[in-house]
Design a protein around this ligand. Sequence first.
Ligand SMILES: [Zn+2]
Length: 64
Amino acid sequence: MRVREILDFFESCPACGYAAQAVAVERDLPDGRTDVEVRVGCALPCGWQDEPRGPHASGGAGPR
Ligand SMILES: [Zn+2]
């Protein structure tokens, strides 16, 4: 599992208005694909986090 910071992410936190941060969490799946989940959260410790956003183009991972 790898975590990459997304540097071209410029949204702001809806709770406090400060800049939000996004990271891409990459997981290597057993079938060779890489599952990428984008997690968005506030850069300040206000506690705001957005829902994880998965990529839509690759079909995504189904429920387990
Ligand atoms: Zn915030």
